[in-house]
Design a protein around this ligand. Structure first.
Ligand SMILES: [Zn+2]
Length: 140
């Protein structure tokens, strides 16, 4: 299936993990990068996919609904986790937005701190940041 990328995004090989999402134009700190897109699924369907899929590209919208970027994703579903990210997710009127935490230049990989994800708490982080906490989920 052809990927309809959001403007300013491109997919490439990531030094962090597999494929990643990269900027193809400049994004100004504090501004929106793109909206997370994907199939809208219920938490029951999330639980099923978490059990059966090797790669998870599911992003929670609220305690009931999530979006799975594996279908209808726009490139943001390739945004890898980093403990020193350059973007963050903001939920705004039922939309999941990626916002720039700092200026992002063309060629930079876009990363986000997943904080809490559908990955196991034991899943190791390989973001290579000097402040890497060692796991993808932030364990409190
Ligand atoms: Zn890390």
């Amino acid at each position: 299936m052809k990927l309809n990328l959001a403007p300013g995004l491109t997919i490439g090989k990531s030094p962090i993990n597999g494929r990643g999402c990269f900027a193809s134009h400049f994004f100004l700190q504090g501004y929106k990068i793109a909206e997370y897109a994907g199939e809208r699924i219920s938490r029951r369907e999330v639980a099923r996919r978490v059990r059966t899929r090797r790669k998870l590209r599911i992003c929670a919208l609220n305690p009931y609904w999530s979006l799975d970027g594996s279908l209808g994703g726009n490139g943001t579903h390739y945004i890898n986790h980093s403990c020193a990210p350059n973007s963050y997710m903001k939920i705004h009127h039922g939309h999941i937005l990626f916002m720039a935490l700092r200026d992002i230049n063309p060629g930079d990989e876009i990363t986000c701190d997943y904080i809490s994800s559908y990955h196991s708490d034991a899943k190791k982080c390989r973001c290579r940041s000097p402040i890497c906490r060692g796991t993808i989920n932030k364990i409190v």
